[in-house]
Design a protein around this ligand. Structure first.
Ligand SMILES: [Zn+2]
Ligand SMILES: [Zn+2]
Length: 458
């Protein structure tokens, strides 16, 4: 079998791996995500392979860096099946529609700019109609620990990756050859979804390495840090901005804020969830209770565990603009998580230059994103074409990450009884991968870091 990576190879986003057998009988893809790092965005327009020849796309989970190029794949002739779990399908639909809109808005903006400057017209990656077309190809039949037969003798089996609702890692087998793709592995301390399961033997394991170089603070410490950042800001009549994707992280954050509220720890304030998607996502959560940690199920059965009196859900852009009239003591949760686009950018424009405000990052910020620049203490940043001074307080709470840390990544891979012939590192910054590589080598693993498009045979 031969595997080539066309994304998340020596970078974090754009996950996309293609497996073919020696006879070229079946072409199986794992994930087809959007590149979100600024330096890699051009790669979104080149797939690197013929989409018409792909028979199956196995989708590990609904994050855009794993599913965000599916409409582009379909637009370019993909006719195969997209295999995933039911929640992955439900969440992908919501997230892709949103992404389709953002891509189209950005395109219109760039087009106007190019016309004004008499420059080359930008290319539209895809729009809402391409997103709608792509839904016809989804086949959400995969269930954890149940083998599923593909053509030409391939068998796949997924297990819970413990990362977001419905997330999985997958083993692909044919005869006595096998490979595992980790997808994104979860942080075991996360409050709602179950923990990851462990892999069994395979010839080759592809593993994500997002946090391969470090360990998270404990969840409890992170909760305390989070509460302190909020209380300090509200005390000074500032606003708190929390960049977050609409799914999962936003729910985790609301879950915590509700908990703080019930414990009497949250000062009086207005919490805005500025996301039209949030309601549909909560519905999807409630329809999939079997994916949650046992002790959390009763809470969902009792009602909406994300709701509390300070919470306002913002649906349309008009309402979103009005948040800016609230002077102080507001907590605003909006996407996108890495400040790659979305409504959060408008809130940043209004808040980032005032020192009483705070931006609290609760998720990974990939290299080359605006989020990363701010986290790395850049003093001046460009937001929607305008330059702003960063005067607001910047906090990073890494214990809320939905990714496994170094110890957890190690725990997952060392659970295999017989070592694979090779471990391939993907979905990470290259310098992070190097740190994790030497950790694995200390344990006797043979490790390789594939390049974009490099052939890995076994
Ligand atoms: Zn993910
Ligand atoms: Zn990812």
């Amino acid at each position: 079998m031969i595997i080539k990576s066309f994304g998340a190879a020596k970078n974090v986003t754009g996950s996309c791996h293609l497996l073919t057998d020696d006879k070229d009988d079946a072409n199986i893809m794992v994930d087809c995500g959007l590149f979100q790092e600024r330096d890699f965005e051009d790669k979104n327009y080149e797939l690197g392979f013929d989409p018409k020849k792909v028979d199956y796309l196995i989708l590990t989970h609904a994050h855009i860096d794993h599913c965000g190029r599916i409409p582009f794949l379909v637009k370019n002739g993909f006719k195969g099946q997209i295999l995933c779990t039911k929640p992955t399908y439900q969440l992908s639909k919501v997230l892709l529609l949103d992404t389709g809109k953002i891509i189209f808005e950005n395109y219109k903006y760039e087009l106007k700019k190019s016309l004004r400057k008499n420059e080359k017209k930008p290319e539209l990656l895809y729009d809402e109609s391409d997103v709608l077309n792509s839904f016809d190809f989804f086949n959400p039949v995969l269930e954890y620990n149940k083998p599923y037969n593909l053509k030409s003798g391939f068998v796949i089996e997924i297990r819970d990756a413990g990362h977001i609702l419905g997330s999985s890692f997958v083993k692909i087998k044919k005869g006595d050859g096998s490979v595992i793709f980790s997808g994104d592995l979860g942080n075991k301390e996360k409050p709602i979804v179950k923990n990851f399961e462990y892999p069994d033997e395979a010839d080759v394991v592809y593993t994500e390495t997002t946090y391969g170089d470090r360990n998270h603070r404990s969840f409890q410490e992170s909760k305390e840090e989070f509460l302190a950042a909020i209380t300090d800001t509200l005390k000074n009549n500032g606003n708190v901005l929390i960049p977050s994707y609409a799914t999962e992280r936003a729910q985790d954050i609301l879950y915590l804020l509700r908990e703080f509220y019930e414990q009497g720890l949250l000062p009086e304030c207005k919490v805005f969830l500025d996301s039209p998607l949030a309601l549909s996502v909560t519905d999807i959560f409630v329809q999939n209770l079997s994916y949650f940690k046992e002790d959390k199920i009763p809470l969902f059965k009792k009602g909406d565990p994300f709701d509390f009196p300070y919470l306002n859900i913002v649906r349309d852009t008009e309402e979103s603009k009005q948040i800016n009239n609230v002077s102080g003591r507001a907590i605003i949760i909006a996407g996108s998580g890495m400040l790659h686009g979305g409504r959060i950018l408008h809130h940043l424009k209004h808040n980032i230059w005032k020192k009483e405000n705070a931006v609290i990052f609760v998720g990974y910020q990939a290299k080359g994103t605006l989020g990363r620049l701010i986290v790395e203490k850049e003093k001046k940043v460009s937001i929607l074409g305008e330059s702003f001074k960063v005067n607001a307080q910047i906090y990073t709470i890494n214990g809320f990450s939905s990714h496994a840390d170094q110890n957890e990544l190690m725990e997952w891979i060392t659970a295999v009884k017989t070592k694979p012939q090779k471990v391939c590192l993907i979905h990470g910054d290259e310098n992070v991968m190097k740190v994790y590589k030497s950790k694995l080598e200390e344990k006797g693993f043979i490790v390789h870091i594939p390049d974009y498009g490099e052939e890995i045979g076994f």
